[in-house]
Ligand binder design. Structure first.
Ligand code: G
Ligand code: MN
Length: 234
């Protein structure tokens, strides 16, 4: 499990991280998630993988608690195919209880495309996750069809703007407009904004200017191994 730090826009301090899986393959080297997640989603192994990442994250937070290191919220990606698994919410709650971690230190990221199937069941599942005290974010916002009506209907704490708005090179006026309006809308809906894929100072400065509260991207840090992340915050 690697960790990509998330930064507070104003203080530029690390305020959390996203847990990201990597596969150290014996012959093919380090594989990125898109090289194996689709396979795991198709064969069902994704559930075990998500739970494995959650366990590792809880283990880490529990060590911090024991060592008196200030705790921060770590996010775990939940696959859309996992969302409808039987007893999902109980299983998630059991893991954090096992490690004695206050659930608000865990955030679950649900990708935007998981919301296309919203038919009432997803709302119930999300409410049950929130009832346990976890945080919820909508990941990859803007990468596909972003249903604005779901933003107000579903219990989302954080909206993660996809890196599609931050293309290579100078920022485009149209992207600036969309980012500032999404951040503004989120703020009015009492949802926190985080922008992903921040690679340049121009992008970071713009996000500060429009009040996007959190940032994540290569400009600050790539996803890094746990030990490197712990060195950064320690
Ligand atoms: O689906 P999700 O947005 O959670 O995926 C995050 C992925 O984006 C990770 O695999 C991570 O390596 C990648 N990533 C993180 N920051 C950047 C960045 O600044 N630029 C690019 N191109 N990719 C990034
Ligand atoms: Mn994510």
């Amino acid at each position: 499990v690697y960790f990509q730090p998330k930064y507070d826009t104003v203080t530029e301090q690390i305020i959390g991280a996203e847990a990201l899986i990597r596969w150290k393959h014996s012959s093919r080297g380090m594989l990125p998630p898109d090289a194996f997640i689709p396979l795991f989603e198709a064969n069902g192994f994704i559930i075990e993988l998500d739970m494995y990442v959650l366990e590792k994250v809880c283990e880490l937070i529990a060590t911090w608690a024991k060592e008196g290191i200030p705790l921060m919220c770590i996010s775990v990606n939940l696959s859309r195919t996992h969302l409808y698994a039987k007893n999902l919410v109980e299983q998630l709650a059991d893991v954090v209880k096992k490690y004695g971690i206050p659930p608000h230190y865990i955030e679950f990221e649900l990708t935007e495309s998981a919301f296309y199937e919203e038919n009432g069941t997803l709302l119930q599942i999300m409410e049950a996750i929130k009832e346990q005290g976890f945080r919820l974010s909508m990941d990859d916002f803007g990468s596909g069809y972003s249903s604005l009506n779901l933003l107000s209907k579903l219990p989302i704490d954080i909206i993660k703007l996809d890196k599609v708005f931050l293309k290579e090179g100078e920022m485009q006026e149209s992207d600036r407009i969309i980012i500032s309006c999404v951040v503004d809308m989120a703020k009015k809906l009492k949802i926190t904004s985080l922008c992903e894929g921040v690679e340049t100072q121009e992008q970071s400065d713009y996000l500060k200017e429009v009040g996007c509260q959190m940032q994540q991207g290569f400009y600050f840090s790539r996803p890094i191994p746990q030990a490197v992340f712990e060195n950064l915050i320690g």
